[in-house]
Design a protein around this ligand. Structure first.
Ligand SMILES: NC(=O)c1ccc[n+]([C@@H]2O[C@H](COP(=O)([O-])OP(=O)(O)OC[C@H]3O[C@@H](n4cnc5c(N)ncnc54)[C@H](OP(=O)(O)O)[C@@H]3O)[C@@H](O)[C@H]2O)c1
Length: 326
């Protein structure tokens, strides 16, 4: 395929580019050029927030476009409109955050979604922003795939969730492990997400797909045991019941990344229905691969995990953890 990736040098887009090159596709990326791109891709430079940001895309044809945009929908609208008629397929990397009725878990593609506005320049509400991006992408035409990703993990993760756990376990010692151990988790490795969207583009699949592992692909216990083993086995995991953690005022998801205790208002994020994606060929690699490869990536770069997208502080303050454990 001749593939155009809008973005392509961060986390998900980078994984798409890497997988596409592995498949010997011809890859073009468009971004501002702030980070080095892969030597084997054609790099076009443009700032999608500026009026002339898409000038480099005024010519060219592609078999598929993958748009990783996470900010205001207007940029997706501009790209989808410009590329309609010159590309055969458009994938927008969306999110399961678009669902409006999370208390009706498990979420399926038929669950109602929040309102969004295709030409919005507002980013204050993430769910509305992603839904607006979905509506904007549909200005491309009827060959649009909405990749509603769940929690995304893997090498180059720029939110810092799994990196925080890996650094914490590598530090070792008594370590707060949020229970229950058998808490089922859902996530998708960015590389599996990349493989799915490239397969789906080649197959001309359209419409929304929830893209995350089946519920219980792993558990909190397996994730932390694996991460502890991979980082050297220095941590003494102290499994603690959710009520004790919540009573201490510790925030699930942000202070203890990935963890959403049973009954939490966002617990549905680990209970989604992925029947449609599995039927379309979604494959999810073992948790060991994701954890091992993420640790290998972290060790190849400066020690502190990145926090680029995180609005709230990520990870648990050591003093708070120590106070609870003691
Ligand atoms: N993390 C999760 O758990 C999660 C879950 C569900 C959905 N998602 C979605 O997954 C997607 C993740 O995408 P990603 O950030 O990993 O994509 P990416 O394509 O790997 O990285 C972002 C790209 O956008 C480019 N970019 C940033 N600002 C730009 C601008 N003004 N004009 C042109 N290009 C610009 C960056 O390059 P330059 O800086 O050089 O311009 C970079 O290449 C998002 O849409 C997010 O909403 C994430």
């Amino acid at each position: 395929m001749r593939l155009l990736v809008l973005g392509g040098t961060g986390f998900v887009g980078r994984a798409v580019v890497t997988e596409a090159l592995h498949r010997r596709h011809h890859v073009t990326v468009l971004n501002r050029g702030h980070r080095p791109g892969h030597a084997s891709v054609t790099t076009l430079v443009g700032d999608r927030t500026t009026p002339d940001g898409l000038t480099a895309l005024h010519t060219g044809t592609w078999d598929a476009v993958v748009d990783t945009w996470s900010d205001a929908p207007r940029a997706v609208l501009d790209a989808a409109t410009l590329l309609a008629g010159r590309a055969a397929h458009y994938t927008y990397i969306s999110s399961r955050s678009v669902y409006a009725a999370p208390d009706t878990a498990p979420l399926s593609e038929n669950t109602p979604v929040v309102d969004g506005t295709a030409d919005s320049t507002d980013t204050t509400d993430y769910a509305a922003t992603k839904r607006g991006g979905e509506l904007a992408a549909q200005h491309f035409g009827d060959r649009v795939l909405l990749a509603r990703a769940g929690l995304i993990l893997g090498p180059h993760e720029d939110v810092g969730r799994l990196p925080w756990w890996l650094h914490r376990l590598a530090r070792g010692g008594p370590t707060l492990a949020p229970g229950p151990r058998d808490l089922p988790l859902q996530y998708i490795d960015a590389r599996d997400l990349a493989a799915f969207v490239l397969d789906a583009a080649a197959d001309h699949r359209t419409g929304p797909y929830n893209l995350v592992s089946p519920p219980g692909h792993t558990t909190m216990g397996e994730l932390l045991d694996t991460a502890n083993t991979v980082t050297g086995g220095h941590a003494d995991l102290r499994w603690t019941d959710p009520d004790t953690i919540l009573a201490a005022g510790i925030q699930p998801w942000t202070e203890l990344p990935i963890w959403l205790p049973p009954g939490h208002e966002a617990a549905y994020l680990h209970q989604g229905d992925v029947t449609r994606a599995l039927a379309a060929g979604l494959r999810v690699r073992p948790v060991t691969d994701t954890v091992t490869d993420t640790w290998a990536w972290l060790r190849s770069r400066p020690a502190e995990p990145p926090h680029r997208h995180t609005r709230a502080a990520l990870g648990l303050d050591p003093a708070t953890e120590q106070a609870l454990l003691s």
